[in-house]
Structure formats: structure tokens, C-alpha cells
Write a protein that binds this ligand. Structure first.
Ligand code: GDP
Ligand code: MG
Ligand code: ZN
Length: 326
């Protein structure tokens, strides 16, 4: 996808624009409270939302807390050269979300191509469980996942290979990197351009270091995926904690910076989201004699039978059990 050509993404299924001055389609690149900035043919237009969209919540878009998020393709009616009103939002092809208040879904970004899951080979130690949660969030939101194992300079190659469950290699691209030695930076850059991506991972794995090395010309703070906190406020005193941004990458694509990404670590998976990630296990579980089979010692377990026949890899089953336990 070209960075400034959003027209091709609109398709024919978008909402009908309102009558009046012809609206232009653009992509939301920044939200801060009620203010939304839209890239319309390379120009940044500061927008407000038309009444129905302003309320957010269930009236605006089914069960979500915000009607318009970064990555949304929207129809903008210009009121001035650099100001406009968002009249409608095109259907989304992906949504990165986490549970919000009152049973609502908090959508953080729309139309992302991929969630880039960053872990460290060491310091901090690597949690397969957290990676699987991110994987579920990506699949559930209909985007791809990429796994970056950073700090490869700190561990032996054999040790790193052993730590990565074999099934992951077929489930997503895996890139071994080091911000210290430069290992893997070019393959990672090739995966990011020209796509729309967001980095996710716990603090200290090297997200900022990687972004700064890959794209040194992005605006200062872009790689600062951890947001300023009350204890460590933005040096200029600006209130930035509530803003979400998509930064255009040289060579096409965007990189997202989302304040809510940390809470994605607490993503509460839904049963059907787990099923999406382990379709072969869910299919076999339908053959279990007991509906609430734990796939342990029960007689007539379809999952254990499938494992005996080599249809389910044991390490996939272990991942599945780890996710089910939470
Ligand atoms: N040895 C080594 N240290 C790294 C690497 N990447 C980042 N670091 C260090 O790890 C610490 C955390 O990095 P940072 O980029 O702030 O992580 P973030 O919290 O994920 O953004 C910093 O001290 C970095 O210098 C790496 O590939 N190898
Ligand atoms: Mg950081
Ligand atoms: Zn069973």
C-alpha cells in the first residue's frame, strides 16, 4: 500500500457521503481527544466529527468506545483548507482492540496490516505465553503477526532456537535482531515497508532502539512506544498521553504509536479467538466424548487421539493449554 494513496483502500463498499460540498477520502493519522487529523492526499486536515460519530459508543459503531481511530478511512468535508468534518467511516479490514469499560470494545487502531511482537532473547526473559496472547489479539483483529526476537547478541544461537516453539516459524515471520550489532535490521525493514504496523512488547525489549535504528528520520519521540507518565512527564509539558499516531515511513507504510498498547498485554482472549489460532485442536475437540473434556485423562478424547495420529503437534497442544489456563 502506498503511503499517501488511500483511495485504493476505500473500495466500493464505503458509506455514502453526505450531500453538500464533495467530501474527500483520507486516512486518520492522529487522534487526541475529540480532535482527529486526517491525511487527505498528503495534506493534514484537522477534523471534528459529525454529530452521530461524536458520541462514540454503541450508537456510532457497534459496541466500540470510539467511532474513529487511527488507520480509519474517512470521508472529510472541508470547511477550510486545513480544517474539516468527518462525515463517515469506511468499513474496516482489521481492528486492534482490547476490552473497554462496560463491556465495550476499545478499538485502538483500524486497518493495520500487522502487529509486530517484540521480545528479547534475554533481559527481560522471554514469555511464550505473552507472545501467544499477542498472536491471539492479531488473529482476532484480522491482521498478521510478525515476531521480532531482539537482543540476539546476548544469547547463543542454539539457545534462541530452542526457546522459540517450532510452530511459530510456520505461524508468522520470525526475525532475529540485535540493535547492538545491527543483525536482522534489513529483513525487519523489508517487512515494515510499505505496510501499516504497530510494535507491541514489554518494556525493555528494545522497541525504541530498533525504531530509532531503522528510521532515524522519524519525528523525535516516534520510537517512544512507552508513553510519558505522571512520574516522567513529557519534557515540554504537553499532554500527550491520550494521543495515538501513525507515522508515515520513508518508502511507504506507517508505524503506529498507541498509548493503549501496554494494556494489550492484559488482552482477555475470547474462546472463539483461541479457536482461530488453534483450528486443528478445536476441530479435534469436537470429537471428544465429553463436552467439557480437559483433554487430560478422560476416555474418548478427540484431541489426544489426534495427537497420537500426528495430526496435532505436541508443542501446539502445550501452547493451547497455556492459553486455556488463563
Ligand atoms: N545488548 C543489547 N541491548 C539492547 C538491544 N536493544 C536494546 N537494548 C538495550 O535495552 C534497553 C531497553 O531498550 P529500549 O529500546 O528502551 O526498549 P523498549 O522499552 O522496548 O523501547 C536499552 O538500554 C537498550 O540500549 C540489543 O539488541 N542488544
Ligand atoms: Mg521504548
Ligand atoms: Zn478431549
Amino acid at each position: 500500500m502506498a503511503s499517501h494513496d488511500t483511495s485504493q483502500r476505500v473500495g466500493t463498499g464505503g458509506p455514502k457521503p453526505h450531500a453538500g460540498p464533495a467530501p474527500a477520502w483520507g486516512m486518520v493519522i492522529r487522534t487526541e481527544g475529540p480532535v482527529t487529523w486526517v491525511d487527505v492526499d498528503g495534506e493534514t486536515v484537522r477534523c471534528t466529527l459529525r454529530g452521530r460519530l461524536k458520541r462514540g459508543g454503541p450508537d456510532a459503531q457497534d459496541r466500540t468506545t470510539r467511532a474513529v481511530v487511527i488507520g480509519d478511512v474517512v470521508a472529510v468535508t472541508r470547511q477550510a483548507a486545513d480544517a474539516g468534518v468527518i462525515a463517515s467511516v469506511a468499513p474496516r479490514r482489521s481492528e486492534l482492540s482490547r476490552p473497554g469499560f462496560h463491556g465495550l470494545v476499545h478499538v485502538m487502531a483500524a486497518n493495520l496490516d500487522q502487529l509486530v511482537i517484540v521480545v528479547a532473547a534475554r533481559q527481560p526473559a522471554f514469555s511464550p505465553h505473552l507472545v501467544e496472547r499477542f498472536l491471539v489479539a492479531a488473529r482476532h483483529g484480522r491482521m498478521k503477526a510478525v515476531l521480532v526476537v531482539n537482543k540476539c547478541d546476548l544469547a547463543e544461537a542454539s539457545e534462541i532456537q530452542a526457546a522459540i516453539p517450532t510452530s511459530w516459524w510456520s505461524e508468522m515471520p520470525v526475525v532475529l535482531t540485535s540493535a547492538a550489532t545491527g543483525q536482522g535490521l534489513e529483513p525487519l525493514r523489508a517487512l515494515l515497508q510499505p505496510r501499516v504496523s504497530v510494535f507491541a512488547g514489554v518494556s525493555g525489549v528494545g522497541k525504541t532502539s530498533l525504531v530509532n535504528l531503522l528510521f532515524p528520520r522519524l519525528p523525535a519521540g516516534t520510537g517512544r512506544m512507552a508513553r510519558p507518565t505522571a512520574a516522567r512527564p513529557d519534557p515540554k509539558g504537553r499532554h500527550t498521553t491520550s494521543s495515538s499516531c501513525l507515522y508515515p515511513l520513508p518508502g511507504g507504510g506507517y508505524l503506529g504509536d498507541l498509548p493503549g498498547i501496554r494494556q494489550l498485554e492484559l488482552f482477555e482472549h475470547r474462546e472463539d479467538a483461541v479457536a482461530e489460532v488453534f483450528p486443528e485442536i478445536e476441530a479435534a475437540a469436537r470429537r471428544c466424548r465429553f463436552r467439557d473434556c480437559t483433554h487430560g485423562p478422560e476416555p474418548g478424547c478427540g484431541v489426544r487421539a489426534a495427537m497420537d495420529h500426528g495430526e496435532i503437534a505436541p508443542e501446539r497442544f502445550q501452547s493451547y493449554l497455556r492459553l486455556r489456563r488463563t
